[in-house]
Design a protein around this ligand. Structure first.
Ligand code: ZN
Length: 87
């Protein structure tokens, strides 16, 4: 789980990167940063999509009104250092 200081750094980084637009579904301007990492997988083999060694550690934001979820790659946000999450 992220602590309050980490959540504040994540919010600041999103703002720094101009991730400030409204919700794409309901146009609400406010979002929350969830306190855990999502790790979606990419699959190469469409015949057997049961295992993947490729994942994208991600920050999850949720629209405060409708709950629409967005993922932001932790690496692109600059929080992945030598394969470790450093926030
Ligand atoms: Zn929304």
């Amino acid at each position: 789980m992220f602590d309050p200081a980490q959540l504040a750094r994540i919010r600041a980084r999103l703002i720094e990167k101009k991730v400030t637009g409204p919700c794409p579904r309901c146009a609400h301007p406010e979002f929350v940063v969830l306190d855990r990492v999502a790790n979606p997988s990419l699959y190469d083999d469409l015949e057997d999509p049961t295992f993947s060694s490729i994942t994208i550690p991600s920050i999850v934001t949720a629209c405060s009104r409708c709950g629409f979820l967005s993922l932001h790659a932790i690496g692109t946000l600059g929080f992945l250092v030598n394969g470790k999450i450093v926030i």
